[in-house]
Design a protein around this ligand. Structure first.
Ligand code: SF4
Ligand code: SF4
Length: 274
């Protein structure tokens, strides 16, 4: 049996990725199971999903506690979740990062592979939805499933042109993945596993959730307050003296609502450098 754990954020498609993997395995005549772990997640919040694949009936119904493969859809989530916690000896962690595997500060008896799924998703899909942009890499580094089966499964979830675009993302990640190599660095960054680290803007620092950061051009701003009204995290504050908004970045999850609502495009979403 192959057991897989996916780490992502609400909006990145981790749950859909788990379903695509399970469906692809089914297409190959295997037994499979996809288990989403829903809590109070919302867009940007860390979440986890699980997959089991076997050539005989899968009877386990619990969460995957000791995965063979850990798939990490978000470049920053390793700061919050123990992405290699309880990974089986000899297992693989596949990370969405622009770094090469040898630059990744993770150590232990497992292998590391990397792919810049965010860039692939942005360039192919136009949005940072990294689920399909990491699945081609999964096929290449694990050999657990065939590329054709993943593509067939994607067609079921995304018909038409959207399916073609997601398949293009899969193929590109298959070509661009680096590794796997043996992890050697003992960094101590991986601490106790917390599968479901939530967060609320007013209570916790959610700055690590961002793929994009809002930047306000106060010269363009016409002081309409739309961003202040619509920000779901109360990250936008109002400077009464200047009659302009400013952002408390520790509360900002990078959802882009403010930029969408601004009538004069005074807010630009700028990609976070990791
Ligand atoms: S991106 Fe804008 S709307 Fe979203 S949390 Fe940050 S400041 Fe608020
Ligand atoms: S929505 Fe745009 S114009 Fe209105 S206050 Fe915010 S930044 Fe200024």
């Amino acid at each position: 049996m192959i057991e897989i754990r996916l780490h992502g954020r609400g909006g990145q498609g981790a749950v859909t990725a788990s379903r695509i993997l399970a469906t692809a395995a089914y297409e190959e005549g295997q037994y499979s199971q996809a288990i989403p772990m829903y809590g109070t997640e919302r867009r940007g919040a860390p979440l986890t999903a699980f997959v089991r694949i076997d050539n005989q009936r899968v009877r386990e119904r619990m969460l995957v506690h000791e995965p063979d493969i850990s798939i990490v859809l978000d470049p920053l989530i390793a700061k919050q979740q123990g992405v290699v916690e309880s990974l089986k000896a000899g297992g693989i962690v596949l990370l969405n990062t622009a770094m090469a595997p040898e630059e990744v500060k993770l150590g232990g008896d497992f292998k590391v592979a990397t792919v810049d799924a965010t860039t692939i998703a942005l360039e192919v899909l136009g949005r940072p939805i990294t689920n399909t942009a990491i699945l081609g890499a999964f096929v290449k580094v694990t050999g657990a499933l065939k590329l054709e089966s993943i593509e067939k499964a994607i067609k079921k979830y995304f018909p038409g042109r959207l399916g073609d675009m997601n398949i293009a993302a899969v193929r590109r990640s298959y070509e661009e993945v680096k590794g796997p190599i043996q992890a050697v660095v003992k960094s101590g960054v991986q601490e106790k596993m917390d599968l479901n680290v939530g967060g609320y803007g007013v209570l916790k620092d959610v700055s690590s959730w961002r793929v994009f950061t809002p930047e306000v051009d106060v010269d363009k701003c016409i002081s309409c307050k739309a961003c202040w009204i619509f920000c779901p995290e109360t990250a936008i504050q109002w400077d009464e003296a200047k009659k302009k908004p400013y952002i408390e970045y520790n509360k900002c999850k990078g959802c882009g609502v403010c930029a969408n609502e601004c009538p004069v495009k005074a807010i630009e979403m700028v990609r976070v450098e990791v």
